[in-house]
Design a protein around this ligand. Structure first.
Ligand code: GTP
Length: 352
């Protein structure tokens, strides 16, 4: 209760800062750490060490307060926000305990490797695992893939390898990840002039594509700002749209033109927007989810999840409710023992 009151006070007085927590998940080696490094530091990392358990990085940004226009990022009223990026190791070794890190989540970045098809398919399991064992901040009224109740984006990585191997990648997405890879390699100077074509793996085709690309970090930032808006300025948000919305523009980072399953049907599209909508693609996702043993709320607690005390957090969080019957690492926003069911369905529970 203390933190709730404090946060409200801060918001009401229009001061200080806030924080959103974003999980970055996907199979081992897909490039999560590389991506996070690029987002936070703005420079490539040559040889990222495999993550151990989870690595938290923080990106600072600013955002206009509730009294300013919804998209205002500058001016007297801007406030500081910190985006926590929880880069969860995809290594099997940590499978049984990684749900320790699924706490108070505002959003999820799913990462897969375009050259390894199975890494995209397995995102379903990641989504279901997080939905079943995580706790959420500012949850949506209804769940996304696997029951995931917070906004998410999907990022396809290693387009350069996929292109070399002749794998089909949609042109728009290829452009984005091609550019991302160029940046990671340190080939993109601040002027944004692209380097010599021969330095880029795969030849001039990707260079040409990257030259015309939208800046993919822009899409990622839009996602983060949307999470901030949902958590701290929810009154500004348009009412969540039902799942049965028609098709909508894609996010630049979506890599979903392949004919596989990482998508949700039109009847289950995300209700929230990031200006241009972050929406899953046109193909069926739920068919495989419905037969998935990790289906939302059916996943039994793993041995390592029983009777655990909550993990430490970097920032003040809502008080944690741990009862004698505590068996899932889920935390209550309100301090009551009622957990996710209510939390996921009530906008009023948004912890702003
Ligand atoms: N060719 C290519 N290699 C990449 C790309 N992104 C990352 N890599 C390489 O892929 C390897 C794994 O990258 P990481 O960022 O450590 O992958 P991760 O998903 O964090 O892996 P875990 O920590 O095991 O979960 C590294 O050698 C990276 O340099 C990319 O876009 N293209």
């Amino acid at each position: 209760m203390f933190w709730r009151e404090r946060e409200n006070t801060e918001q009401n007085s229009g001061v200080l800062c806030g924080q959103v927590r974003v999980l970055v998940v996907g199979d081992s080696g897909v490039g999560k750490t590389s991506l996070v490094h690029l987002i936070v530091k703005g420079i490539p990392v040559a040889r990222p060490a495999p993550s151990i358990g989870c690595t938290v990085s923080v990106k600072h940004t600013t955002y206009g307060n509730a009294g300013s226009s919804s998209s205002s990022l500058k001016g007297d009223s801007e406030r500081d926000f910190f985006i926590e990026l929880w880069d969860v190791s995809g290594h099997e070794r940590y499978k049984d305990c990684r749900s320790l890190f699924y706490s108070q989540i505002n959003g999820v970045v799913f990462v897969h490797d375009l050259s390894q098809r199975r890494t995209k398919t397995s995102l379903q399991k990641w989504a279901a695992e997080i939905a079943a064992t995580g706790t959420f901040s500012a949850p949506l009224g209804s769940g996304g893939p696997g029951g995931l109740p917070v906004p998410y984006i999907v990022i396809g990585n290693k387009a350069d390898i996929a292109a070399k191997e002749g794998k089909r990648v949609s042109s728009g997405n290829l452009v984005d990840v091609a550019r991302q890879w160029v940046e990671k390699q340190g080939l993109l100077p601040s002027s944004e002039e692209l380097p010599l074509t021969e330095t880029f793996p795969g030849g001039g085709g990707l260079i040409a594509a990257a030259k015309e690309a939208r800046y993919d970090k822009e899409a990622v930032m839009k996602f983060f700002l949307m999470l901030i808006r949902r958590r701290y300025f929810s009154d500004e948000m348009p009412a969540p749209r039902p799942w049965s919305i028609p098709s909508a523009p894609r996010a630049t980072q979506r890599i979903d033109d392949d004919d596989d399953q990482w998508s949700i049907p039109s009847a289950q599209r995300l209700p929230q927007r990031i200006d241009d909508n972050f929406i899953e693609d046109d193909q069926s996702y739920s068919t495989s989810v419905s037969s998935d043993p990790y289906k939302y709320d059916t996943l039994p607690p793993l041995p390592a999840q029983r009777n655990l005390t909550p993990p430490p957090t970097l920032y003040p969080q809502q008080p944690v409710s741990v009862t004698e019957n505590y068996s899932f690492p889920r935390f209550s926003l309100s301090g009551s023992s009622e957990i996710n069911a209510a939390m996921r369905t009530k906008r009023s529970d948004i912890n702003v």
